[in-house]
Design a protein around this ligand. Structure first.
Ligand code: BG6
Length: 477
């Protein structure tokens, strides 16, 4: 008997801007990603430039039938992707949607359904229409709620019956850490913490509104929030470090708490009071926020530490939020510390707090892969390091399941190689499927199955049982 529930949703995840390419095809407008050629770590350009790999990305826009077929071959039950908002509303504030953009996702979702794969759709994954960012300064402006509402009504109406699982905003807690990419805030001049939290408030209201509308329009749908999870451990056992870790956690829990509990938590009200921040609530906001989510989804790549000692505040490398490196952990080639047990921990923490089903919608290892030929002359990647990483994490998911945590599914990040969000590289690969495309723009775009492709296929086929078996694919030491 497998530890994983019978209906566990195994699959993989991508985002439109990192895989589709076709950045101006069929009426698509520009998004913030089109002017971030070096990802969030680099600076933005005024106009889209040739060097931006996301212009073509991995050409999922034209190759999706082949890619989804390969996902089906691995046995995917679910495929997480996002809708590029600027394909549907090219500028963002139009009255009427772009039909060609809507048709593209009709085709993608139908292709998934053909193989019995459930689409899991993120409504906004770091791809705010650029026009909204430049004209309204993104989510600092309350009018964004109305534009987002029109967009979600349009896609809910169009895809109800085809899509059951929805996420409102990718990693909604990253807005303060990446205001342009996450919040479409193009002009940071003179912006204060007050303005950023006000923008976050607008997103929280928009998210609750989308949940309300989604429930009204699609009674069978399940709508979730999406949080960047990064458990924060105290750097030492000192009570001051424990409190520093708790404070850091609170800055993140805030977003999940509002989504699940439907109101602002006391610790955040205190923070606002003590920092002179006054969030402007419109008269209807309190009521809207009461529309709480059906499940909580999150990304998990790493944990961090917190300290009260100003001398040790140095930030390590890693996913957006950052934190003090943990001296006991090793890191990936990109400096993201590897902590499988942190996944069991965060699952338990979220479940203890929310008592809602959880969905791990991102997890994985970004690594340099080398394409080689196997004994039959087929090109592949011997990515034992990735298998080890995923296996270690999935075993921890199993641990949490045994603790009674209700987990809907697991979609590993970048199930096919995509352009990285933080650095816009292609050489930082996460996939089970290798895409022949390089950072200098060369490559045939051909797809090749890595060793992890066959491994994940077995994991899904056995509903996770192979993770515990001696016969697991031989991993190198
Ligand atoms: C998450 C994002 O933060 O991390 C993804 O939701 C992103 O869009 C993923 O790709 C991995 O980060 P990176 O920078 O390695 O692509």
């Amino acid at each position: 008997m497998s530890i994983f529930p019978k209906n566990f949703l195994w699959g993989g995840a991508v985002a439109a801007n990192q895989c589709e390419g076709a950045y101006q095809e069929d009426g698509k407008g520009l998004s913030v990603q089109d002017v971030l050629p070096r990802g969030i770590r680099g600076s933005r350009t005024k106009l889209p430039t040739e060097e931006n790999l996301k212009r073509e990305a991995i050409d999922f826009y034209h190759r999706y039938p082949q890619d989804i077929k390969m996902f089906a071959e691995m046995g995917f039950k679910v495929f997480r992707t996002s809708i590029a908002w600027s394909r549907i509303f090219p500028k963002g504030d139009e009255e009427q949607p772009n039909e060609a953009g809507l048709e593209f996702y009709d085709r993608v979702f139908e292709e998934c359904r053909k193989y019995g794969i459930e689409p899991l759709v993120t409504l906004s994954h770091y791809e705010t229409p650029l026009y909204l960012a430049e004209t309204y300064n993104g989510w600092t402006d309350r009018r964004m709620i109305g534009f987002y509402e029109r967009y979600v009504r349009t896609v809910f109406k169009r895809y109800r019956g085809k899509v059951k699982y929805w996420l409102t905003f990718n990693e909604i807690n990253s807005l303060l850490h990446a205001p342009f990419m996450s919040g479409g805030i193009a002009n940071m001049q003179g912006l204060t913490e007050q303005d950023l939290y006000q923008a976050a408030h607008h997103e929280l209201v928009a998210s609750a509104l989308a949940t309300k509308i989604g429930h009204e329009m699609m009674p069978d749908a399940m709508i979730g929030c999406m949080i960047l999870s990064m458990p924060t451990y105290p750097l030492t056992p000192s009570p001051d470090d424990v409190i520093a870790a708790m404070d850091a956690e609170h800055r993140n829990y805030f977003y999940g708490d509002v989504h699940v509990r439907g109101k602002y938590p006391g610790y955040m009200k205190r923070y606002f009071r003590e920092h002179g921040i006054q969030i402007q609530f419109a008269p209807e906001d309190e009521e809207i926020l009461k529309n709480t989510v059906d499940f909580v989804s999150f990304s998990y790549y790493m944990s961090v530490c917190a300290t009260s000692d100003p001398e040790k505040q140095k930030k390590g490398l890693g996913n957006l939020l950052g934190g003090v490196p943990n001296p006991t952990l090793k890191a990936s080639d990109w400096g993201w510390q590897i902590d499988p047990k942190g996944l069991c921990y965060v699952l338990n923490m979220f479940y203890d707090r929310y008592q809602k089903p959880l969905f791990i919608v991102e997890n994985g290892l970004g690594a340099v892969d080398v394409l080689v030929e196997d004994e039959n002359g087929n090109k592949t990647v011997e990515d034992d390091y990735r298998i080890q990483y995923l296996k270690d994490h999935l075993i921890q998911v199993g641990e949490a399941i045994q603790d009674g945590v209700e987990i809907m599914g697991y979609t590993s990040w970048g199930c096919i190689d995509v352009v990285s969000a933080s650095t816009a590289e292609l050489k930082k690969r996460y996939g089970y499927i290798y895409v022949d495309r390089n950072d200098d723009g060369t490559g045939t775009m051909e797809r090749y199955k890595k060793k992890s492709f066959y491994w994940y296929q077995k994991v899904i086929e056995s509903n996770g049982e192979v993770l515990y078996s001696e016969e697991d694919i031989n991993l190198s030491e």
